[in-house]
Write a protein that binds this ligand. Sequence first.
Ligand SMILES: [Zn+2]
Ligand SMILES: [Zn+2]
Length: 320
Amino acid sequence: MLDPSRPFGCDFSFVSHAHIDHLHNANGKKKAKTRVLASKETALIAQVRGYDMQNASEDQDGFELVDTGHILGSRGLLIGDDIYYTGDISTRERAFMKPGRLPHAATLIIESTFGRPEYVFPALSEVTHRTNKIISEMYDLGIPVILMGYSLGKAQLLTKLFGHWDPLYIYDSVARMNAVYADLGVELKSAMAHSEAEELGLLSKSKPWVMVAPLMQSRSNFVREMKDRHGAVTIGFTGWAVGRGYKYMTGLDYVMPLSDHCDYNELVDAVRQCRPEKVYTIHGFAAEFASTLRAMGFDAEPLGKSSNTRNTERSLDSFT
Ligand SMILES: [Zn+2]
Ligand SMILES: [Zn+2]
């Protein structure tokens, strides 16, 4: 089973990465008799998040785990030489993240979160440039800035990309994930956790500052507090920022298109690189992307109910 939510009745269950929409509790009360395939990074991160992954292994005859460049430890699964399942994938280099690799396979099961032509992301350098410009303008005015992205993966990229700003504070749940990344060899600037900074009164005293925090809506208690007490400005980082509705929906001050998924063009390139005879699309715009691929001459069809998965993935990717 591939990223199963209930790994029962199978010999192997594959966990592509440690985002909670891809995790299950293999050894919960009801023990599943399944062998778990996952990278050692995924197993470690998942354990820190409270999932039991002690029996996970990355070496098993007949399977190859392939780097997908989505978050630290994310892998796709090559089954024999003929089926490749991507899990979540990004083929774009981002700071310490290397591009995901696409092996050749007769059957490709590919995620299609951003499988619509309007979802094309600008270069990373453009996003960092625009963000640094905003922070610099705010610093001139003494205004703190909160950089937001989901706490596993995106927040570590934000810490790396904007760690040169000082002082830098890290939201507690992000700090925990930063520590795991550091344990796994990713060098991130060590910075004070936000609760400690708050207790010491540093957030009021040392304005302006930059904080890396999980994605939250502007009406969340935390953002309201940061705005009321410290006049902070918020910048959200997600691929959904390409759509006009996202900024309005979240109420954030700025949104930046920075994603850990392929954009539309990268998805099409990924399919071409794999040279599959059959393509299945899953997550996001699965039906739309499959029909685009058919128009390009591929034999493609969506898996699952795309309209439902779209909303799930969207809310999970935005706010976990
Ligand atoms: Zn993911
Ligand atoms: Zn996902």
